[in-house]
Write a protein of this length. Sequence first.
Length: 123
Amino acid sequence: MTLKRRAFITLLGSAVSVFLCVNAAAQEGYYGVGHDKWHQGFYSKLKRNDGQGSCCNLMDCRPTQSRMVGDHYEVKVDGAWTPVPYDKINNLVAPDGGAHVCAPRQVGPNKGVIFCVILPSEG
């Protein structure tokens, strides 16, 4: 194998690794990750079900994973599975058909706080 080919393969492997790491972070629902892609056309228009205004305060919303556990849903928020109160679920479909969560950074008194959740489409 030539030196140029070996360097190309190394560079390609590095690029794939970076891509996979970014996608993994988005699926874990980390604060701010993936927000910019959806803010203007989607997150900025979301309203809280409790009438307290917007779901999103510039960086609160992000793509995530969801699952059904027993009789309730859970979403990943900052890497941890978090129970979703039914009154936090917005009954609409995201542009990508995936799950999204709007929540503050999960530290201190904000641990477990969720503003809004959009569950993935069923179909």
